[in-house]
Design a protein around this ligand. Structure first.
Ligand code: NAD
Length: 355
């Protein structure tokens, strides 16, 4: 299996190094090749997603991605900003289904900002559609300056759109994922206000008829945001559009204790995928050796499961992560009284030992 390793910026390089270490320890026939992406690629080649990086990603069976971005690029024209590399990869690889599991590990129940009884045993899966919605609609703004901002402009807008095939395919993915879990899908929309999401709701309901074994309910996004902190365990699979999914999955991440624990997988229709932590490049802690590498290590486990079909190795990594948590090892973001604080590198080493 060929893996394109794209560490990116900020803590991206630190956390991906630990995930690569874990993959190497499994001693599988993996060929890993690294390339620049994001701000690092912009510095070297003048573009956040250079041709060579895109080619490597397209030819690989899977992409292991760190994170991109830094405040110092905020003044760049939008197409050159590091974050455009992720949009470009999603678009070029046809990655339309983003899986973001939010699992609260028993050992981290007290790291959550919610009461332990609300999150103990939490295991929900947020499925975010990635290729449509307002992120890919027509942006409009009157450009006076070329630095990506609109000083003196009268208005700016983005258009929200979804096509039937886009909704149908993500709905199938959600119902099929629910069949392997607790057989419940909550489709999140804003059908009371937005035409796009009335259409979303209608199409998801139509597809739902093909899955009589799965219970479907619909929820407005504002209520879903509230229910996620009021009674998160009521959910099993949540399926929603690109923007609502972006926001709700970050909200869900805090239920689990830290965004540093949350892996994600973005898949296309042929099983090729991009695997990355749910968090960003965390410029505030970059270079300090304190970032939590577990989200990236768990993303590597998802990569083995979804793109290599190696469930056994995925389970081995996940069991090793639980073991290091049992040993009381914690990076700063999940550290609490009575546990041992470790660095990014020490956490990676501990997972390798546990393997
Ligand atoms: P962020 O996720 O980078 O950081 C939010 C907070 O969480 C910070 O306080 C950070 O220190 C902490 N954090 C994140 N990951 C952590 C980890 N592994 N261990 C410990 N703490 C961690 O979000 P942000 O600060 O809003 O964005 C920073 C940059 O990242 C921006 O340029 C943004 O555009 C970019 N970003 C990139 C991606 C991506 O590459 N997929 C996703 C989100 C944000």
């Amino acid at each position: 299996m060929k893996i394109a390793v794209l560490p990116g910026d900020g803590i991206g390089t630190e956390i991906v190094a630990e995930a690569v270490k874990v993959l190497k320890a499994l001693d599988l026939p993996l060929e890993m090749e690294t390339a620049l992406v994001g701000g690092a690629a912009y510095e070297a080649h003048g573009h956040p997603l250079p041709e060579a990086t895109l080619k490597l990603a397209k030819e690989a069976d899977a992409v292991l991605f760190g994170a991109v971005g830094d405040w110092k690029y905020d003044k760049l024209d939008r197409p050159l900003r590091p974050e455009q590399a992720i949009l470009g990869l999603r678009k070029n690889l046809g990655l339309f289904a983003n899986f973001r599991p939010a699992i609260c590990y028993e050992q981290l129940v007290h790291a959550s900002s919610l009461k332990p009884e609300l999150v103990a045993g939490l295991d929900i899966l947020i499925i975010r559609e990635l290729t449509g919605d307002i992120y890919f609609g027509q942006p409009r703004g009157r450009r006076i300056a070329t630095d990506g901002h609109f000083p003196g402009a009268e208005e700016a807008f983005d258009t929200m759109r979804y096509s039937r095939p886009e909704i149908e395919r993500i709905a199938h993915v959600a119902f099929q994922a629910a069949q392997k879990r607790n057989k419940r899908v909550t489709s999140v929309d804003k059908a009371n206000v937005l035409e796009t999401f009335q259409f979303w709701k209608d199409v998801v309901s139509e597809i739902g008829l093909q899955y009589p074994d799965v219970a479907l309910d619909h929820m407005y996004v504002d209520n879903a945001a509230m229910q996620l902190v009021k009674e998160p365990k009521r959910f099993d699979v949540v399926v929603t559009g690109n923007m609502f999914g972006d926001i709700l999955s970050d909200e869900a991440s805090m239920l689990t204790g830290s965004i540093g624990m949350l892996p994600s997988a973005s898949l296309n229709s042929s099983g090729q995928g991009l695997y990355e932590p749910s968090h960003g490049s965390a410029p505030d802690i970059a270079g300090k050796g304190v970032a939590n590498p577990l989200a990236t290590i768990l993303s590597a486990a998802m990569m083995l499961r979804f793109s290599l079909n190696d469930e056994a190795s995925a389970l081995r990594i996940e069991a090793s992560v639980k073991k290091v948590l049992d040993q009381g090892l914690r990076t700063a973001d999940i550290h609490s009284a009575g546990t041992t604080r470790v660095s990014t590198l020490e956490m990676g080493d501990a997972v390798v030992r546990a393997l």
